[in-house]
Design a protein around this ligand. Structure first.
Ligand code: C5P
Length: 234
């Protein structure tokens, strides 16, 4: 049996992508890469520099010139990886709610996407990788060996994010998180360039009501057995 070498996992925020992707990559001995951190790092840098995030030219320049690096975790504080922005550890800062609120505006700039997608593609084409994002199966790695699109109801995703934030000791209001998640879904799926959508040949998995363990088992089943549309499973 030949296992897929490039695996693309797309879907909206808190659908369970990063948890399952990290476990899957560890299980396969592959690299795990979460492309959302790149858009988040550009957004954080723009906010810190006081740039107009809607301004095309400034954001393009920033995406091209910024030095960012994603490395294996350098601290035992629940992180999946360490993100460096111009050498500074910004792993937790890129998760701040101001970044959440602005990242979809930044990621809608076609040239910002061009710069970041090229770097992602380069990494993906080396193979043995589980890459997570919104447009991996459609744009970044359209020839990926396996494409998975994970989804869940927006209410459940907001609930997951609320619990996650509280577990990290941060204040979290379910209604506010739900509203911002709806806005982000809307912006990500309606942008003209590389909108969030399942690739035509993606295996679709609805994780609503499933535990992390159940999602992992489902995905391992897909990896081992090939393609089966699981979205209509009982
Ligand atoms: O996955 P995460 O929630 O960290 O992604 C943050 C944002 O980055 C998304 O809401 C989206 O606007 C953008 N993104 C993207 N394409 C990707 C990954 C993330 O546009 N491949």
């Amino acid at each position: 049996m030949t296992l897929p070498s490039t695996i693309a996992i797309d879907g909206p925020a808190a659908a369970g992508k990063s948890t399952v992707a990290q476990r899957l990559a560890a299980w396969l001995g592959y690299l795990y890469f979460d492309t959302g951190v790149m858009y988040r790092a550009v957004t954080l840098a723009a906010l810190e520099q006081g740039l107009d995030i809607a301004g095309e030219a400034g954001m393009n320049h920033l995406a091209k010139t910024l030095t960012m690096d994603v490395q294996p975790p350098t601290a035992d504080d629940g992180r999946q990886y360490t993100v460096l922005l111009n050498g500074r550890d910004v792993t937790w800062e890129i998760r701040r709610s101001e970044v959440d609120a602005c990242v979809s505006t930044v990621s809608a700039h076609p040239k910002v996407r061009q710069v970041l997608s090229a770097r992602q593609r380069e990494m993906g084409q080396r193979g043995r990788v589980v890459m997570v994002g919104r447009d991996i199966g459609t744009v970044v790695l359209p020839d990926a060996d396996l494409k998975i699109y994970l989804d869940a109801s927006v209410e459940e995703r907001a609930q997951r994010r609320t619990l996650e934030r509280r577990e990290q000791g941060q204040p979290a209001n379910y209604e506010g998180i739900l509203e911002r998640m709806r806005e982000r879904d809307e912006l990500d799926s309606r942008r003209p360039v590389a909108p969030m959508q399942p690739a035509a040949d993606a295996v679709r998995v609805d994780t609503t009501g499933l535990t992390e363990e159940e999602v992992f088992d489902l995905i391992v089943g897909v990896v081992l057995s090939g393609r089966e549309n699981l979205s209509d499973s009982p």
